[in-house]
Design a protein around this ligand. Structure first.
Ligand SMILES: NC(=O)c1ccc[n+]([C@@H]2O[C@H](COP(=O)([O-])OP(=O)(O)OC[C@H]3O[C@@H](n4cnc5c(N)ncnc54)[C@H](OP(=O)(O)O)[C@@H]3O)[C@@H](O)[C@H]2O)c1
Length: 244
């Protein structure tokens, strides 16, 4: 590693958008920590990207497990002493598609919020000191257009009928958290933004979607690479601002 090489950490990077985000950040010359809750899956995925000539290292990180977060933090601290980019990508969609909003189980609500909300806050809190040690820290939070109140209250919106309350509300909270953290970090070198990756063909939606993962990772990568004049506290897809 050269001192000037940027270090990124992508959570939930063993497959889907996270794996492709890792690839594209590494292709941009960044050393990427490919984090996965299943360490052998992370090792395998990292080996695949290394065989493409990319600087990728596996990292064990279950974002819902405080001891796993602490272990990952000390590993990054001891090895690099800083973190330049954190992509909070890990997420779950657990709502039962055949149930109405009022019929989703509390287990689904709790599990969804544990991964999509509380883990994002906890991982970010843990790594924030290392991001502040960077000359230009960047945090990208994977939200979704499904978290947009503006779109959910507009009968003409294409997502109007996608009322998956636990998942959608979890992404609304990711947006709120992004705004609050951006406020706290104003005037510092750390920028935080929420992104909608697009409707992307991954395991999360059974391979349905409009974009392949290459296009689906683009917004995360672009927002991870913004320069010092870039925005903070935004919610975008492909450079377009989305309604909160
Ligand atoms: N696909 C879309 O159309 C779409 C649209 C809007 C937003 N998003 C968001 O984009 C992000 C990536 O989604 P995706 O479509 O790539 O999903 P995916 O293919 O289902 O991948 C999800 C990733 O998250 C990981 N993960 C889940 N729980 C975890 C935990 N506790 N600790 C660490 N990793 C965990 C999974 O790891 P395992 O392999 O161990 O399960 C997997 O690597 C999510 O935040 C999702 O909400 C996706």
């Amino acid at each position: 590693m050269t001192i000037s090489q940027k270090i990124a950490l992508v959570t939930g990077a063993t497959r889907g958008i996270g794996l492709e985000t890792t690839r594209q950040l590494a292709q941009a010359g960044i050393r990427v920590l490919l984090a996965g809750r299943n360490f052998s899956a992370a090792v395998k995925a990292a080996e695949g990207l290394r065989s493409e000539g990319l600087a990728v290292d596996p990292l064990a990180l279950d974002v819902t497990d405080p001891s796993s977060i602490a272990a990952a933090l000390s590993q990054v601290q001891d090895t690099f002493g800083r973190l330049d980019i954190l992509v909070n990508n890990a997420g779950v969609l657990l709502d039962a598609m055949d149930r109405k909003p009022s019929e989703q189980s509390m287990e689904v609500w709790r599990e969804t919020f544990d991964t999509n909300v509380f883990a994002v806050v906890e991982v970010t809190k843990a790594f924030l000191p290392l991001l502040k040690s960077s000359a230009s820290g960047r945090i990208v939070n994977l939200s979704s257009q499904l978290g947009s109140f503006g779109l959910h209250t507009d009968p003409a919106s294409p997502i109007y009928d996608f009322k998956l309350p636990a998942y959608n509300a979890s992404k609304s909270v990711v947006n709120a958290w992004t705004v609050h953290l951006a406020y706290e970090l104003r005037g510092t070198s750390v920028k935080v933004n929420a992104v909608h990756p697009g409707y992307v063909m991954t395991d999360m939606n059974g391979g349905n979607g409009e974009l392949d993962v290459k296009a689906g990772a683009r917004t995360s990568v672009d927002m991870a690479l913004i320069d010092d004049s870039g925005p903070s506290g935004t919610f975008t897809h492909g450079g377009q601002t989305l309604p909160w």
